[in-house]
Structure formats: C-alpha cells, structure tokens
Design a protein around this ligand. Structure first.
Ligand SMILES: Cc1cc2nc3c(=O)[nH]c(=O)nc-3n(C[C@H](O)[C@H](O)[C@H](O)COP(=O)(O)OP(=O)(O)OC[C@H]3O[C@@H](n4cnc5c(N)ncnc54)[C@H](O)[C@@H]3O)c2cc1C
Length: 294
C-alpha cells in the first residue's frame, strides 16, 4: 500500500494546536482517533499534506456539569469515556447509550465524539442525539471562538460549517427541563460492526396538562446529513401524548425522511424504520419522564 507523504505535527497544548491550524490553513487535517480519517487516507479518498495530531492536547479532554449551563464535553474526549461517564449517564443517558453502540470497545477507546461529528457521516451515531438535545458547539480558532447550534453545523454530505483554521472545541447540552427526556433508537447489524441503517433520537417535553410542550425528532442515514423532522415536530406540539400521538409522530417523521437504496438497506425499509424508531424513541422518552415523576 502506498500513502502519499505528509507532514506530521503533534502539538502538546492548545496554543500550539491552534497555531499549527492557522499556519497550515487548508493543507491541515486534524488527526484525533484516526478511526475515520486514516481509513480515508488508506483508501486514497483523502491525501492531506499536513496531519495535526490533537491527541496530546489534554485541554480538550474533559466532561463537566453545571446546573445553569448543562453538560459540557471537550472535543477530545474519547467515545469510551462518554459511554462510561457518570455525568453523561445521569444528565444525557441517550448520549451514553449511543456512544456505547459505536463500533467495538477498541474503536471506542480511540474514537472521539468530535471525530464522529466532524466526519459528518449521515449515519453517525452521536449527531441525532446531539440534535435532539439542541446541543451548542464551540468552534475555536487561533485566539477566538464562536458558538453554533448543531442544527447549523451539517451543511451537506461530509461538509460542515467549520472554516479554514477552525476546529471543534467543545459540546454543550443545555440542562433538560424537569418534564423532558431524550431517547435514542437505531437499526443496524451490531455484531458485524456495521454503521447504522437508520437511527433516530427524540426529545419530548410535557406541559402541566400532560400534552406535548416541545418535540424534537432527529434522524440519521435518511438523507445526506443528520437532520430534524421539523414539520412533524410542529404538528405534534400541543397534542395529548397518547397512542394516536405516537402513531402520527412515526408517520409524519417518515414523510420527511429522504433515504436512498444502498448495500445496507433499501430506501423503503429505511422509511419504514423511521416510523418504527420514532414511535419507540418517543415512547421511551415519555416512559423516562414518568419514571422521573413516579
Ligand atoms: C471498525 C469501525 C467501526 C465503526 N463503527 C461505527 C459506528 O458503529 N458508528 C459510528 O458512528 N461510527 C463508527 N465508526 C466510525 C468512527 O469510529 C467514528 O466516527 C469516530 O467517532 C471518529 O472519531 P475519531 O476520533 O477516530 O476521528 P478521526 O478519524 O481522527 O477524524 C474524523 C474527522 O473529524 C475531523 N476532526 C477530528 N477531531 C476534530 C476536531 N476537534 N475539530 C475539527 N475536526 C476534527 C478529522 O479531521 C476528520 O476529518 C467506525 C469505525 C471503524 C474503523
């Protein structure tokens, strides 16, 4: 196997990392766990001139909880750490669950959530959960940063809002209101370590009278990017949460799915699965809220 030569840099702190990105501009590619990137390099889909290895930048590896701000996660945190973190399990259990589904234990100990999100694969595990949480992303660059809702991060197939010299620095999941929960469901061949055929994450918030105060339905592998079924969400707000609600939620979300046929599943099967998984995820979120109150 022949790989095109590249320059390798391994900054040991955030300042050096930002300087390396600024210095190399469009030539630079960030190397985190490498579990997506190195596959593309080996397959010659990508031939980066400079690999900037972020693994020694420990300032990007942390998980924190603040009652006002919510759950914040540094971009260099490994997927295995997210899976097992008591803070994530308590405040964003759907994210811990999704992290636990990614690849194998070996992959999860190398992979980062930043890599999962920045690779911008439509079938990636964590983006639907982050969309359901309405997560905020901190994007850094030399001496500056900006915040972006995750709904504005994915622009097209494998294309994100990151600009030249910019990197993903942190994720923030706002605290959930008391009568709200997020649940994640997927369809895939886990034993074959295959990426998902379809995945869905749902946020449900109940009003005092038990009707749906807010709904978010995020879907993966049914279009070029992970995205929310916004028309379905709007149609569900204000309705009583009963069997008809769950049935309509599945049907309406499936109406907004635009999958393709490929080796993993047919478009028709994926649409059908959006219906099933949306119903299941919303019911699971509803159950969680009842559990918190019971
Ligand atoms: C065997 C196997 C099984 C897998 N199974 C699954 C699965 O079930 N579900 C799933 O979703 N994925 C799966 N993957 C894909 C992959 O493991 C994940 O997407 C992983 O989270 C990528 O993270 P990484 O740290 O390895 O990213 P890398 O490969 O290092 O990087 C991926 C991309 O993100 C960019 N990047 C990384 N960090 C940053 C940053 N801080 N700021 C900006 N850009 C950044 C890189 O430049 C690159 O473009 C699998 C991969 C393998 C090899």
């Amino acid at each position: 196997m022949h790989i095109e030569p590249f320059v390798y840099e391994r900054p040991t702190n955030l300042r050096e990392f930002e300087q390396a990105l600024a210095r190399h501009g469009d030539d630079a590619k960030i190397l985190a766990g490498g579990t997506d990137l190195m596959v593309l390099v080996k397959e010659k889909v990508l031939s980066p001139r400079v690999l900037v290895d972020v693994n020694a930048v420990t300032e990007l590896d942390w998980i924190r909880w603040d009652p006002e701000e919510g759950l914040s996660i540094g971009a260099g945190t490994r997927v295995a750490a997210i899976e097992t973190s008591p803070l994530v399990q308590e405040h964003a259990p759907a994210l811990a669950f999704a992290a636990a589904q990614l690849g194998s234990s070996q992959v999860r100990h190398m992979a980062t959530m930043a890599g999962n999100v920045c690779h911008a694969s439509p079938s990636a595990e964590t983006p639907p959960v982050l969309l359901a949480h309405d997560a905020r992303l901190t994007l850094g660059r030399e001496g500056a940063e900006r915040t972006l809702p995750i709904s504005e991060f994915f622009l097209a197939y494998r294309k994100t809002a990151l600009q030249t010299g910019e990197y993903l620095k942190a994720f923030r999941l706002p605290p959930l209101p008391p009568r709200a929960a997020v649940a994640y469901r997927f369809r895939g061949l886990r034993r074959a370590m295959e990426i998902d055929m379809v995945n869905v994450a749902c946020y449900l918030e109940l009003a005092d009278d038990g009707s749906a105060k807010a709904v978010r339905i995020a879907m993966g592998a049914v279009g070029p990017i992970p995205y929310r079924a916004v028309a379905a969400e709007q149609a569900l707000v204000g309705r009583p949460v009963d069997d008809a609600f769950f049935a309509d939620a599945g049907r309406l979300a499936a109406d907004e799915a635009n999958p393709i046929d490929d080796i993993r599943a047919s478009a028709a099967y994926r649409k059908r699965m959006v219906d099933v998984l949306t119903r299941r995820a919303l019911r699971a979120a509803w159950d969680q809220i009842q559990g918190k109150e019971g």
